[in-house]
Write a protein of this length. Structure first.
Length: 379
C-alpha cells in the first residue's frame, strides 16, 4: 500500500463543490436511466483519495446497501493486468512482443499472429465469447476453465489478415494469459499476485471463484428487455420485459486473461496510481504500455467501428485505450460481464486515477463514466 505523509495529503487538491455535484448528478442520472442498482466511485489524485462513495443496493433481494468496500467483477479491466504481465516478461527478456503466438502455444502455430498483434486486437483470431454456443452452453458451466475457448479459437480460420483491422477480441487475451504461463513457468493468477497484487498492496483483487462466498459482494443484475426476452422460450421467461432480473452466473475462469478478476474499487485505484508513478514497468516498457497500436499500414488501431470522430480512441499495448476528454488525454477501459459493468482510467496530466464499479450488466456505461471524467478534467 502506498504511504503518504500528512503534509502530502494536505497538499492534494480536493474536488471543488461543483465537481462533486457534477459527479453525484451523473451517478444519480446514470443509475436512474440505466436501472443500475448500485455504484461505487473512487477518485485519487497524486496517490491520495479525494473522492470515495457508494450508492444504492448491492443486493436488491435482501436490501443490502453497497459500501466503498463492496466487491464487483472487473471484467475486461483484467486485460490491462494481462498486458502488463506480457510487458514485464518482455522487460525481463523472457519473450519478445514480435514472437509468434505459436512459439508459446503450438495450437496457434498455423496462424501468422504475433504477441504484439494480440495486445492491440489486430490478430484476426475468432472471439469465442461472441458465439451463441459459448453464451448458451459453456459460459454458465461451473467447473470448466479456458481450454474450450482456446481449442475453439485454434480450430477456426482467421477472420481477417492479421494487422489489417482492429476488432475487439477476448480470445486474444486468453491466449496472452497462457503465453504468460508458458514463458514464466507460473500459473497466471499466481504470476499476477506475485508480481503486481502483493508488491503493490492490492489486498482484495483475485481471480473469480464460481460458487465461492465473497464477503460484501455485489449481486449482478440485468435490465430484462424485449431483445433479451426473445432469446428464451415463452415458458422460460423470468419476468415481463422492462424489469430488473438477477444475472445468470458466468464462469469467468473460462476467460481468465480477458476478464476474470474480482475486487474492490480501492485496488483498481492502487493499480492506476502505480501506473502513473512508474512502479510496474520501466523505461521503454512503461512507454509501451501507453503506446497506441497500429495496423500493418501504420494507421492507428482505432477502437470500435468506423466513424468521423476527430479524436477516436486507440487500442494501446497496455490492454487499455487512449482517448481524450475535453481535449485532455486519458487512458482507460470498460469491463462488462453478465450483471456487472466497471470502468477505470488514469489522466496523467491531472495525476488522477478513477474507478466506477456497478452491478448492472448491459454494455454501454458512458452515461455514467463520461460525465464523471468531464467533471474531473474541469478544474
Amino acid at each position: 500500500m502506498f504511504a503518504f505523509s500528512v503534509k502530502l495529503l494536505l497538499s492534494v487538491a480536493l474536488l471543488t463543490p461543483s465537481q462533486t455535484h457534477a459527479i453525484e448528478s451523473a451517478v444519480a442520472d446514470g443509475m436512474s436511466q440505466r436501472h443500475i442498482p448500485s455504484a461505487v466511485v473512487r477518485v485519487d489524485r497524486d496517490g491520495a483519495t479525494i473522492y470515495n462513495r457508494a450508492f444504492g443496493m448491492r443486493n436488491l433481494g435482501d436490501r443490502l446497501a453497497a459500501t466503498t468496500t463492496t466487491r464487483y467483477q472487473y471484467g475486461s479491466i483484467t486485460k490491462q493486468f494481462t498486458a502488463a504481465a506480457i510487458l514485464l516478461l518482455a522487460q525481463e527478456g523472457k519473450l519478445s512482443l514480435d514472437d509468434p503466438a505459436g512459439k508459446w502455444l503450438p495450437a496457434f502455430a498455423k496462424f501468422p499472429v504475433t504477441i504484439r498483434q494480440l495486445l492491440v486486437h489486430v490478430s484476426g483470431i475468432v472471439d469465442f465469447t461472441g458465439t451463441q454456443e459459448y453464451a448458451m452452453d459453456i459460459g454458465p458451466l461451473p467447473f470448466t476453465g479456458p481450454q474450450w475457448g482456446l481449442d475453439y479459437a485454434a480450430s477456426k480460420p482467421l477472420e481477417f489478415t492479421p494487422g489489417t483491422k482492429a476488432v475487439y477480441d477476448n480470445s486474444g487475451y486468453v491466449i496472452l494469459a497462457h503465453i504468460v504461463e508458458a514463458a514464466s513457468g507460473s500459473d497466471f493468477e499466481s504470476f499476477l499476485s506475485d508480481n503486481f497484487f502483493k508488491p503493490l498492496g492490492m489486498q482484495t483483487v483475485h481471480g473469480y471463484r464460481m460458487l465461492s462466498v465473497e464477503p460484501n459482494a455485489a449481486r449482478g443484475y440485468l435490465w430484462w428487455t424485449d431483445e433479451l426476452a426473445k432469446t428464451l422460450p415463452p415458458n422460460m421467461q423470468p419476468l415481463k420485459p422492462a424489469t430488473l432480473v438477477e444475472a445468470i452466473p458466468w464462469n469467468l475462469r473460462q476467460v481468465d486473461g480477458a476478464g476474470f478478476l474480482v475486487g474492490e474499487a480501492v485496488d483498481l485505484n492502487i493499480w492506476g496510481n502505480a501506473l502513473l508513478a512508474g512502479k510496474i514497468l520501466h523505461g521503454k516498457w512503461r512507454d509501451a504500455f501507453y503506446e497506441g497500436g497500429t495496423l500493418s499500414d501504420g494507421t492507428p488501431a482505432y477502437t470500435g467501428g468506423d466513424n468521423k470522430m476527430k479524436n477516436r480512441a486507440i487500442y494501446c499495448y497496455g490492454g487499455i485505450a487512449r482517448f481524450t476528454v475535453d481535449g485532455v488525454t486519458a487512458y482507460g477501459a470498460n469491463g462488462g460481464t453478465f450483471g456487472f459493468l466497471a470502468f477505470t482510467a488514469t489522466i496523467p496530466s491531472k495525476h488522477i486515477s478513477v474507478t466506477v464499479l456497478t452491478n448492472e450488466g448491459q454494455i454501454d456505461n458512458s452515461k455514467l463514466s463520461t460525465p464523471i471524467l468531464d467533471a474531473l478534467v474541469k478544474q
